[in-house]
Design a protein around this ligand. Structure first.
Ligand code: SF4
Length: 183
């Protein structure tokens, strides 16, 4: 087996969300060899070559794989951390086993900035999406906490050009995007 075991060694307050926890787990084996393969099969990873890390975004949570340990952010409790670690271990081992059938991806996904998104939103802060401002919406969108389709005005004819650019930008960065009608 490529990754044999893991052990939670530290539980800290989450930097991104004070109501959640950050969990660090030491792992039994060096895993960085699998990063380009995981980067190829998962959408929206951030692969940092110099630091030898791969960050996976899933359901609004962040999992960062290092060569010798794993960090989980925005976690509810230890039970959830155990479930995620079990899932990651399975994913890592399965991907490593199938690596010869996967074209490795060494590119670092362009990290989207909230301000880049904000500039392409209508900018009216109309609150129809449930957020107080377009900037707040952009911040949530970057963190995958809200979907672009929630910005109803963006899908009107008036914002056709902005919408086209924004959807392309999101798609290129590995986000799921609706079609131009918002479906
Ligand atoms: S619905 Fe769109 S335009 Fe209105 S506040 Fe939200 S992001 Fe801004």
């Amino acid at each position: 087996m490529f990754l044999n075991s893991y052990k939670i060694t530290r539980i800290l307050p989450c930097l991104a969300d004070p109501e959640k926890i950050r969990v660090i787990a030491e792992i039994s084996d060096e895993i960085h060899e699998v990063f380009p393969y995981l980067n190829a099969i998962l959408k929206g990873c951030i692969f940092n070559h110099p630091a030898l890390t791969l960050t996976i975004k899933k359901d609004g949570k962040l999992f960062t794989l290092h060569a010798h340990h794993i960090t989980l952010a925005k976690i509810e409790d230890e039970k959830e951390a155990e479930e995620i670690l079990r899932w990651l271990k399975g994913l890592i081992n399965e991907t490593y086993e199938k690596r010869e059938q996967i074209e490795p991806n060494y590119s670092m996904a362009a990290e989207l900035k909230a301000l880049d998104i904000y500039r392409l939103l209508p900018g009216t802060s109309c609150k129809k999406c449930g957020e107080l401002t377009c900037l707040a919406f952009a911040v949530k969108l970057v963190g995958r906490d809200i979907e672009i389709a929630k910005c109803d005005p963006l899908f009107s004819e008036k914002y056709q050009e902005k919408r086209k650019v924004l959807l392309e930008l999101l798609h290129a960065a590995g986000y799921d995007v609706p079609n131009s009608e918002g479906k």
